[in-house]
Ligand binder design. Structure first.
Ligand SMILES: [Zn+2]
Length: 86
């Protein structure tokens, strides 16, 4: 099967990752709740934040800042949905 180089994603990925996070919707991997990320329950960490599901307390995402870099762990989300062409 023919495939393309990952660089072909640059346009759509750039648009996708330039979204307003609080307005984006996400689906919890644990309970399937769909909500705006702005509705998550967020707790501070010494090096970042943890966002938990408003419905089941599952960890949706973790943002960590360390050594001049920021990491995003989204293991608790099935997906995020943002408006296209914003
Ligand atoms: Zn949940």
């Amino acid at each position: 099967m023919h495939h393309l180089d990952g660089n072909v994603l640059s346009g759509s990925a750039a648009d996708l990752f330039a979204f307003e996070a609080t307005a984006a919707q996400g689906r919890c991997r644990s309970c399937a709740d769909i909500a705006a990320l702005g509705q998550a329950l967020v707790y501070g960490l010494p090096m970042g934040h943890v966002a938990r599901c408003r419905n089941c307390d599952n960890v949706l995402l973790i943002i960590v800042e360390h050594g001049g870099r920021r990491s995003l762990d989204m293991r608790g989300l099935c997906w995020i949905r943002v408006a296209a062409g914003h």
